[in-house]
Design a protein around this ligand. Sequence first.
Ligand code: NIG
Ligand code: FE
Length: 414
Amino acid sequence: MPSTIILNIKELAGISDATSPLRGAELARINSIKNAYLVIEGEDIAGFGRMEDLDKSKIPSGQVNAHGKMVLPAWCDSHTHLVYAGSREGEFVDKIRGLTYAEIAAKGGGILNSASKLNETTEEQLFIETYNRLKDVMRMGTANIEIKSGYGLTLEGELKMLRVIKKLKERTRVTIRSTFLGAHAVPSLYSANREGYISLIIEQMIPAVAKEKLADYIDVFCEKGFFSVDETERICKAGMARGLKAKIHANQLSASGAVQSAVKLNALSVDHLEVMNDDAINALCGSKTIGTLLPTAAMFLRMPYPPARTLIDRGCAVALATDCNPGSSPGYNMNFVVSLACIGMKMLPEEAINAATFNGACALELQNQTGSIARGKKADLIITKNIPSLAYLPYSFSSNHIEQVMIKGELHYV
Ligand code: NIG
Ligand code: FE
């Protein structure tokens, strides 16, 4: 197995053998070694330590000199809608002129706009668009990602999206988890018969997705004008009966009761949480469900940021993700998400980095494989440029501080 060693690392950060999400004070701790080396064998981290303890007779021939640079775990982006066709900058301008996200959706824009674009795009074209986007995602330091369906809203359209995700899994080194989000919006064809669409999801889409093993998780956009709490529960239960754990869009635009219902369903995560009340906070903080915060979506829609400080201080497991999608967060820069978490939600740099790496891995059930520096884990790493400290990453928010990205042991130059 070919070996590589990264030498003279100014600081090797994110060393942890944790096996469950970091909460409370632990989220603010990042273990690191200054002046370190790290050995990679094949896809995996084989060892690491202080340069002064390195046995010079055993240095492998593949060497990377990281003098002045930091090494940390690559990002785990646990919530994206990376497969989409076209773009929606017209709605961006509508919002500047005063329309709300809900008003744009009500007049056929929003998710339905992306759905008609997607249904006019061939599977091959959709794959090429998304593959190119994913290459750029990798350059920005993300080695693990979740991707949802939800812009098909027909049996064929949803399967097309999930097949594109499957092909991405096969053709890239990124570890990808896929989520079935047929319940993203009620398509126009069913506007007078929403029950008909819910039956289509439960009776046809979910069985077809399960039969082709196209998804790992099930998601519902639980929100006024989209799917109610009762509908969310019915759809999630149908998915769970086929082995799909729930990850739910909850409390983005209103305190709908989605969080409480997701906790009841034992959801792996509840995502968004811009509009929280005491009941929702209490339910989440006493549960195992991870709260995934998407600060770039809140920024883009000019919504209040989720109450990250309260959630962390009350012991909730918090992850950070981009929500990359053409309507509410057209971006996949995890470094910027980490910055915005610090700037807009008062997370400490260490908390934000842990939430974007290890806790993100937990939100994809990948915590035993990636998300921290540990022997035997995948060598999914960011090698920074010459920067003074870890806090410099979120502080200097608009520059690219990444020099190289390693994904399962393979180096990618940025
Ligand atoms: O997570 N809220 C629902 N879904 C996406 C937005 C999708 C869209 O506008 O296309 C989100 O923000
Ligand atoms: Fe989303």
